[in-house]
Design a protein around this ligand. Structure first.
Ligand code: ADP
Length: 652
C-alpha cells in the first residue's frame, strides 16, 4: 500500500466524533465569516458620508474595481453600490452591479447567491442589449459551474456566451473575448477528458492572443495568465509534466506581475502535481506553501485541498511523516467541508440551471409556435387573396363574356332590323307598285304583260319566302329554340333530294351537277344538313357561269365524311371570304343571271354544320370558282333504305 494511503487511513481512524463536530462548526464559521462584512460597511459609510449621489457611486465603483484582492471588502462595497443603484429605477449600471455582486459572492464561496445575481444580471443585460456585458456574464456563470464541477452545465453557459461574440465591438475586444471563450471551453473539455478539443481551443486562444497587441495590458495579462494556466492543466492530464511546469510557471510569473492572487494561488497549487510526479518535492513544498499562505489572505479556498494534498504527498515522499500527516489532516478537513458545501450548492445551481434551461426551451418553443402561426396566418392571407383574385377574375371574365354576347346580340338585332327594313321592304314595295300599276291599267294590260308580271310576282315572293325561312331558322338557332334531332341516314338521300330540287334552276343556265360520292352513312339532323347543302348548291348554281359544271366529291376521314362542292363560277376575293359566314358583315352579290340573295344563307349553313358536330369552310379564287367543304359526322352503323321505307341498320 502506498505510504500516503496509510496516512489517510490512520488519519480517518484518529478522527473522533468531537473532531467531526468541530469540523462542521468550522465549515459554518467559514461561511459566516465570509458574510460578515460589517466593519467594511462602516468604513464605506464613513468614506461616502456627506457626498452627493454621483460621488458616492463613483467612490464605491472605484473601490469595487480596486479591492479585488480583498474579497470581503469587495463584497461590502458592491452591496452598498447595488443598494445605491437600486434607488434609481432601471439604472443601466444595475447590470454591472449585479454582475459584480455575483463575482463578490463567488469569491467568498457563496455560490448560491453568486448564481442568483449572475442570473438576474443576465436577464437585465439581455434586455439592455449589451452583447459584451451579456457575454461576460455568461462566462461568469459557466465558471460558477466549473467551480461546482458540473462541466456540462459550464459548457452550456460558455456556449451561450459564444452566441454574443459576433456582436461585440470593437474588433480587438471581440478577439480578446473569443480567446476568453476558447480557454474556458478548453478548461471544460480538459475536465471532461476531451483532450483533443481542449488542445485545439487553447492553441486557438494562444494564436488570437499573439495577434492582439492593442488591448489594455491588464486584460491581455490575465488572458495570458489563464491560457498558460489551463495549458498547464491540460499538459498535466496528458502526463507531459515538463511542459505542464513550463506553462504553470509562465502563468505564475504573469500573475505575480499583475498581482492577481487568485490565479497565483491556483497556479502555485496546481504546479505541485507535475513537480510531485517528477519527484521535485522541494519545489512542490515551496510553491504549494506559498499557495496556502495566499489563500489564507484572500479567502480563496478552492485550491487549498489540492495544495495541502500535494504538500502531504511531498512530505510523505521525503519521509517527513509527521508533517505529511498534518497536511493530510488539513487536506481532509478542507476537502470534506468544500465537498459537502459543493454538493449542496451544486444541487441548488443544478436546479436553477434546469429551470433556466426549461425557460429557454419554453421561450424557444414559444418563438417557434409564433413563427408557425405567422407562417399559417400569412399562408391563409395569401390563399384568401388568391381565392378572391380568382373569383374576381372569373367574375370579370363572365362580365366580359356577357358584354361580348350583349354586343353580339345588339349587332344581330340591328342586322335583323336592317334585313327586314331593306331586303323585305324593297321587294314588297316593288310588288305593291307593280300590282297598283296593273290595277290602274287593267283595261290596257295585255295577256303577255299580265303573264310577265305574274312571273315576276312569283319569283319575288319565292325570294321573300326563302329569306323569311332563313331568318326564322337563324333566329331559332340564336335563341336555342330549334331542336337538334340526329338520325342515321344515307348521304345519298340528302344529296339526291337537293340535286333533284335544284336541277331545274341549274338547267336554266345549262349548268350540270355531277355527284361523285359513295353513299356514306351519316349521323345528322336531316333537316339542318339538307338546308346547309341546299344553300351551298344554290350559291354554286347562282355564281356559276353558264354551261359549266358543279362537282360534288366526298372523302371518308376517321369519324367523319368531308363533302366538297366545286363550282367554276365567279369566285370570291379574300376579303369576301372573311365575311361570308358573319351575320354582321353582310356579303350579298347578284348571281350571274341577276339572281338576288339573302346574305345569311351561309351563316345559317355554318351554324347548322357546327350544331351537328361538323364544320363548314371554303376556298375560292376570283374568276376561277369556289370550293365549299362541309364535314359531317359519320354513322357507326350501316344504314340502308329497305323496300317498306323503314331504315334497317347494320353494324359496320
Ligand atoms: P346569298 O343569299 O346572298 O347568296 P349567302 O350567305 O348564301 O347569301 O352567300 C353570301 C355571299 O357569299 C354571296 O352573296 C356571295 O357573294 C358569296 N358566295 C357564296 N357562295 C359563292 C360561290 N359559290 N361563288 C362565289 N361567291 C359565293
Amino acid at each position: 500500500m502506498p505510504p500516503e494511503l496509510n496516512i489517510i487511513q490512520h488519519f480517518l481512524h484518529t478522527l473522533s466524533m468531537t473532531q467531526l463536530l468541530v469540523l462542521l462548526f468550522l465549515t459554518c464559521c467559514m461561511r459566516l465569516t465570509a458574510a460578515d462584512t460589517t466593519s467594511y460597511t462602516a468604513e464605506f459609510e464613513a468614506l461616502t458620508h456627506g457626498k452627493s449621489y454621483a460621488e458616492k457611486c463613483s467612490i464605491l465603483r472605484d473601490s469595487i474595481e480596486k479591492t479585488s484582492t480583498n474579497n470581503l471588502k469587495n463584497l461590502s462595497a458592491t452591496r452598498m453600490y447595488y443598494r445605491l443603484i437600486q434607488a434609481e429605477k432601471n439604472n443601466p449600471a444595475a447590470g454591472w452591479a449585479m454582475q459584480k455582486l455575483g463575482r463578490a459572492y463567488w469569491q467568498i464561496g457563496e455560490f448560491d447567491s453568486a448564481f442568483v445575481y449572475y442570473s438576474s444580471a443576465s436577464t437585465f443585460l439581455v434586455n439592455q442589449n449589451v452583447p459584451l456585458e451579456v457575454f461576460d456574464n455568461y462566462i461568469y456563470m459557466g465558471l460558477l459551474f466549473v467551480a461546482t464541477k458540473d462541466y456540462l452545465k459550464a459548457e452550456f453557459y460558455f456556449r451561450q456566451a459564444s452566441q454574443y461574440l459576433g456582436r461585440i465591438k470593437p474588433w480587438r475586444i471581440q478577439k480578446h473575448r473569443t480567446s476568453v471563450n476558447y480557454w474556458n471551453l478548453a478548461h471544460v473539455y480538459t475536465k471532461l477528458q476531451h483532450y483533443g478539443k481542449a488542445s485545439r481551443y487553447l492553441t486557438a486562444a494562444f494564436s488570437i492572443l499573439t495577434g492582439i497587441d492593442s488591448i489594455p495590458g491588464h486584460y491581455l495579462n490575465t488572458a495570458h495568465c489563464l491560457t498558460n494556466y489551463y495549458m498547464g492543466n491540460l499538459q498535466t492530464c496528458l502526463h507531459h509534466y515538463d511542459s505542464a511546469i513550463y506553462y504553470y510557471h509562465t502563468s505564475i510569473q504573469l500573475s505575480r506581475n499583475k498581482s492577481d492572487n487568485y490565479i497565483l494561488s491556483n497556479a502555485l497549487a496546481q504546479i505541485g502535481v507535475p513537480f510531485n510526479a517528477l519527484h521535485l518535492y522541494d519545489s512542490t513544498i515551496l510553491y504549494c506553501s506559498e499557495s496556502l499562505s495566499i489563500a489564507e489572505v484572500n479567502g480563496n479556498h478552492e485550491y487549498k485541498p489540492l495544495a495541502l494534498k500535494q504538500l502531504a504527498e511531498a512530505y510523505s515522499a521525503t519521509h517527513q511523516y509527521q508533517k505529511a500527516f498534518e497536511y493530510y489532516k488539513r487536506f481532509k478537513i478542507t476537502s470534506d467541508s468544500i465537498n459537502n458545501y459543493d454538493r449542496v450548492i451544486a444541487g441548488y445551481i443544478y436546479q436553477k440551471a434546469e429551470n433556466e434551461k426549461i425557460e429557454i426551451e419554453a421561450r424557444k418553443n414559444e418563438a417557434e409556435l409564433r413563427q408557425k402561426y405567422t407562417v399559417i396566418i400569412s399562408s391563409a392571407i395569401i390563399l384568401s387573396i388568391l381565392i378572391i383574385a380568382f373569383i374576381l377574375l372569373n367574375r370579370y371574365k363572365i362580365i366580359q363574356k356577357l358584354n361580348r354576347r350583349l354586343t353580339e346580340s345588339n349587332t344581330t338585332k340591328n342586322k335583323l332590323f336592317s334585313i327586314i327594313a331593306h331586303d323585305l321592304r324593297t321587294p314588297l314595295s316593288g310588288m305593291k307598285n307593280l300590282s297598283n300599276l296593273i290595277l290602274e291599267n287593267s283595261d290596257t294590260v295585255t295577256q303577255d304583260e299580265r303573264e310577265k308580271y305574274l312571273r315576276s310576282f312569283s319569283t319575288t315572293s319565292a325570294n321573300i319566302m326563302n329569306l323569311l325561312d332563313n331568318l326564322l331558322h337563324w333566329s331559332q338557332i340564336q335563341t336555342g329554340r330549334i331542336s337538334y334531332r340526329p338520325e342515321h341516314i344515307p348521304l345519298h338521300d340528302i344529296l339526291h333530294l337537293e340535286t333533284d330540287t335544284l336541277t331545274p334552276f341549274a338547267d336554266q343556265k345549262a349548268v350540270s351537277i355531277i355527284v361523285d360520292v359513295p353513299n356514306y352513312s351519316i349521323f345528322v339532323d336531316k333537316y339542318m344538313i339538307s338546308t346547309a347543302i341546299r344553300n351551298i348548291l344554290t350559291n354554286a348554281i347562282k355564281y356559276s357561269k353558264p354551261k359549266k359544271s358543279i362537282h360534288i366529291h366526298g372523302v371518308e376521314e376517321q369519324k367523319s365524311v368531308v363533302l366538297s362542292i366545286v363550282d367554276q363560277g365567279i369566285g370570291m376575293s379574300n376579303e369576301d371570304m372573311q365575311n361570308i359566314f358573319r351575320i354582321d358583315h353582310k356579303v350579298s352579290r347578284l348571281g350571274t343571271s341577276g339572281e338576288r340573295g339573302t346574305g345569311i344563307g351561309l351563316t345559317l349553313s355554318k351554324e347548322f354544320a357546327e350544331k351537328n358536330g361538323g364544320a363548314l369552310w371554303c376556298e375560292s379564287e376570283v374568276g376561277k370558282g369556289s370550293v365549299f367543304y362541309i364535314r359531317l359526322p359519320k354513322s357507326d352503323v350501316d344504314v340502308r333504305l329497305v323496300s317498306n321505307g323503314k331504315v334497317k341498320k347494320q353494324s359496320q
